[in-house]
Design a protein around this ligand. Structure first.
Ligand code: SAH
Length: 398
């Protein structure tokens, strides 16, 4: 595909591109030449006409251009994209992630220099999300590369996420290549999990928490009573039992997730374990536990994204503080809180401050004994700090 246009920046607005941040915002643009269609490749030049970078044009998005390359000699074509796919998958191989699991994020968008593409591998099936206009026009090419490089049996597309509307794209789901079962079993740290590839949340499973779930298993106190909030398909609950928990109560508002969660106990041999599943609202249920004076040794808080953008950070902060405050009150002396935020709009510093405020108001003394981030198959490009979204703290209550 040829270059179909040129985007000229206003004077002084080239700074972020010179630092290799991959987004050009509409407000930085002085003028546009040519008539590029959504997703087509454009050159970006500074106010004097000096070439800066080449990227995908998205006329409706505030992120008007997402950069593919800073090398003027590089053509954005099938070979270019296949090379990027190979690089991303090669990194996961080099990290030997497959020793731990067969559920791996293969492509993490901008951080793998493939803006708009998310690809997760679940055993021999792939799930792909296409999130931007640039990714949209190259989706078939990337699908072919993925099939070639991974040898997967099929690809399911889950482009049913809200951010597509910002790019003027309709939601789309369905089989993109080969064959993909509705449900598949994956293995993670010797534990098994059912993943619904076609209707699960996100791409089906929260692969990003793999290391943190293993940490929970390793830090599990003896004979602990565990409360897993926002449990989804029960992954933390299974790890808690694998770590020797005496009992686990798991809460989620999604009935479908809880159905799979129960199955996940069964396939790991915990069918007879002391496990209770509650279809409930965590905010309300934590208050009920407080009122009935029920206490726990370990509490996990892994809520959904409360603040997708920094504009919503304040409201989100109140949500995080509320659940952390309640959870800290429900912990017995020596108890552990595993608390997370996957909101891009909440920094690790801010999150720590929120939890500190929660402890203060709860009237407990708690200390951080570990910090957590997303797994290494969700790398963060140094030029793209926005790629860092998951942060977590393990806090111990005195
Ligand atoms: N810890 C999980 C992932 C959690 S994702 C894992 O490791 O797999 C967040 C979950 O919170 C989703 O399953 C969603 O259904 C649930 N959820 C969202 N809002 C909720 C609420 N107010 N109360 C209970 N569950 C909620």
């Amino acid at each position: 595909m040829a270059i179909t246009g040129q985007v000229k920046l206003q004077q002084g607005r080239e700074k972020s591109l010179l630092r290799r941040h991959p987004w050009v915002f509409s407000g930085a643009i002085d003028s546009e030449v040519g008539n590029p269609k959504p997703g087509e490749t454009v050159d970006v030049v500074d106010s004097k006409g000096k070439w800066l970078a080449r990227g995908a044009y998205s006329p409706l998005s505030k992120i008007r251009v997402r950069i593919w390359t800073w090398n003027q000699d590089e053509k954005v074509d099938e070979n270019f994209l296949e090379e990027r796919v190979r690089l991303a998958i090669g990194m996961r191989k080099a990290l030997k992630i497959s020793d731990e699991t067969n559920a791996i994020r293969l492509i993490h968008g901008e951080s793998d220099r493939l803006p708009g593409f998310i690809v997760d591998q679940y055993n021999d099936a792939l799930v792909m999300q296409v999130l931007s206009a640039g990714a949209e026009i190259w989706r078939e090419v990337v699908a072919d590369s993925l099939m070639k490089v991974t040898g997967a049996k099929g690809i399911f597309e889950r482009s049913d996420v809200d951010v597509r509307t910002l790019e003027g794209l309709e939601p789309r789901t369905g089989i993109l290549r080969g064959e993909v079962p509705e449900k598949i079993v994956i293995e993670e740290n010797q534990l098994q999990f059912f993943v619904n590839l076609q209707n699960g949340q996100k791409t089906g499973f929260y692969v990003d928490q793999r290391r943190n779930r293993q940490m929970l298993r390793e830090l599990m106190p003896e004979a602990a009573d565990v409360l897993n909030c926002f449990c989804y398909t029960g992954a933390f609950s299974v790890y808690a039992l694998a770590g020797g928990a005496s009992s686990v109560i798991s809460i989620d508002s999604s009935k479908d997730a809880l159905t799979i969660a129960e199955e996940n106990l069964g396939i790991n041999g915990f069918g007879e374990a002391n496990a209770e599943w509650m279809e409930a609202d965590v905010f309300k249920q934590l208050r009920k536990f407080r009122d009935s004076r029920q206490t726990f040794d370990v509490i996990i808080l892994d809520p959904p994204k409360f603040a997708p953008t920094s504009a919503l950070a304040q409201r989100a902060s109140r949500g995080y503080k509320d659940i952390n405050l309640l959870a800290l009150k429900l912990l017995r002396p020596g108890g552990l809180l595993f608390t997370y935020s996957c909101s891009g709009g909440i920094s690790a510093d801010l999150f720590q401050k929120i939890v500190a405020g929660a402890a203060l108001d709860a009237g407990v003394h708690a200390k951080i004994i570990n910090k957590m981030v997303q797994g290494e198959d969700h790398p963060v490009s140094l030029d793209f700090p926005e790629g860092m979204y998951l942060k977590g703290l393990v806090c111990r209550v005195d």
